[in-house]
Design a protein around this ligand. Structure first.
Ligand code: PHE
Length: 465
């Protein structure tokens, strides 16, 4: 198959860090700790860990192997798997196209907090209306999105090796260092209430890792399982063509089987450490009722926690938001790279021209989404029962609706039409255990289609009460 021209990763480490950069994103920070706290602490952790190396491996291996074997991006790759399944490539390409409209907006929110904590505005962030005020201010929310997007475009424009790989090699170790440092600090926290009760970080740690066996009834267990699967699925950046594109940049002598395990370890370690960083801190300063998910956790609850830490909070807070900005940046880069690479392949254009063309669309698009909290404010009822703004709508279509649907179709394609060997051959190219192939075959043929079907039905609101 013809070699692609978009670029290649120079080493296995470069590839692993870039792919881990895509996987580690805001989901690890604002969703994983919330789910762990809600879904029985250690019970959720055990289930999640088992799923990572069975279910997660299957999804990630499929995408990466498709990329390396075909040397194409999603638009072209599925056609090579089966000419009649070209539509799946198109569907897969739609996901990053949608995500890109809003990811820089989230990145811009994080940048706003980095700026606030690195100047002397930090104290204001702890006020409950700081965040709503900021996102409903059209000029500043648009400006921060533009800065974040410009940064992303710049790195993608620099190319695979000197842009993405180089950036990941600097940013990812730093990110890991900051998460470990804050997690360790979180464990040392202690506070006594006015009534004399003392709450410590270590108690928070027990809350996080102790399995809550009361949740071991069939109904709760099923919910925990679904939560863990949807989190894992989102966290690994699969079924949106990103890992196909990154896979296509990997040289043939790289051991995919090992790389996949390393990417999963990195992503899971950051998720576990995020829990270690956030749960004890929330437990000590707010009590577990203060545990939230999504933007309200990192933009409202955590700034209040940082304010309660006193002087040291002024050090922890900027470190936390810089770390979150790194996580969002490397994810955003992977989304934009996937779009650029697909267009380069489709239109035979240069990286520079493609970046300019794509930017001409996404700068205005990001501004429109950012203004969804001010000038273009609308309340949109979503089929899963929630009400959201433009950003939530985009997120819902791409992550809740399209991704499980794509994973469902691609597991049918691989498991029942092309055959699992087609993929297994590629990820075992430089050696792997026989058991690996068996687990993969079982997962892709039987487990993945069923799970994806359930997640999809859940997204369209079939299980709403
Ligand atoms: N995997 C990222 C996370 O866990 C999310 C992401 C979504 C990354 C879309 C890239 C594209 O936050």
């Amino acid at each position: 198959m013809s070699k692609k021209t978009a670029g290649t990763f120079s080493s296995q480490l470069g590839f692993v860090l870039a792919a881990a950069g895509s996987a580690v994103g805001v989901g690890n920070i604002w969703r994983f700790p919330y789910l762990a706290a809600k879904d029985g602490g250690g019970l959720f952790l055990i289930i999640y860990l088992i799923l990572v190396f069975t279910f997660g491996y299957t999804l990630l291996a499929s995408d990466i192997a498709i990329g390396r074997k075909t040397q194409k991006n999603s638009l072209r790759a599925y056609r090579l798997l089966h000419p009649k399944w070209n539509f799946l490539g198109i569907l897969t390409f739609i996901v990053p196209l949608i995500i890109m409209t809003y990811y820089a907006v989230i990145g811009g929110w994080i940048l706003r907090y980095v700026a606030a904590y690195c100047t002397n505005e930090g104290a204001a962030c702890a006020e409950a209306d700081f965040f709503p005020h900021f996102i409903s201010n059209p000029a500043s929310s648009a400006a921060y999105s533009i800065i974040f997007l410009a940064l992303t475009v710049f790195i993608v424009y620099k190319g695979v090796e000197s842009g993405i790989e180089r950036c990941s090699k600097i940013v990812m170790p730093l990110l890991l260092f900051i998460v470990i440092a804050i997690a360790l600090y979180s464990l040392t926290l202690k506070r006594s209430d006015s009534d004399g009760t003392v709450r410590s970080g270590i108690q928070g740690l027990f809350f996080y890792i102790k399995p809550d066996l009361r949740q071991l009834n069939p109904k709760r267990f099923l919910q925990i399982l679904l939560d863990a699967m949807s989190q894992l699925f989102f966290s690994l950046s699969v079924s949106m063509g990103i890992m196909i594109t990154y896979g296509s940049y990997v040289k043939k002598d790289v051991n995919l089987n090992k790389s996949i395990a390393q990417i999963e370890w990195f992503d899971t370690a950051v998720a576990l450490l995020a829990g270690l960083m956030i749960i004890p801190a929330i437990y000590v300063f707010k009590g577990m009722d203060g545990m939230q998910s999504g933007p309200s956790l990192i933009f409202v609850a955590l700034p209040q926690v940082f304010a309660s830490m006193g002087k040291i909070g002024l050090l922890v807070a900027p470190a936390f938001f810089i770390m979150a900005a790194f996580a969002a940046l490397t994810s955003c880069i992977s989304v934009l790279e996937t779009i650029v690479a697909n267009f380069m392949e489709l239109l035979h254009t240069s990286r520079k021209r493609t970046c300019i063309g794509v930017s001409a669309f996404y700068f205005p698009a990001s501004v429109i989404i950012a203004l969804g909290y001010s000038l273009f404010y609308v309340d949109i009822p979503l089929p899963n029962g929630s009400i959201g703004q433009l950003l939530d709508l985009m997120d819902y279509i791409s992550n809740s609706l399209l991704m499980p649907f794509i994973a469902l179709l691609s597991s049918i394609l691989i498991g029942s039409i092309v055959g699992y060997q087609w993929i297994a051959e590629e990820f075992c190219h430089n050696g792997c255990k026989m058991a690996r192939k068996h687990v993969y075959a079982f997962m892709i043929r039987f487990v993945t289609p069923v799970v994806m079907c359930i997640l999809f039905l859940q997204a369209v609101g079939l299980f709403n009460k």
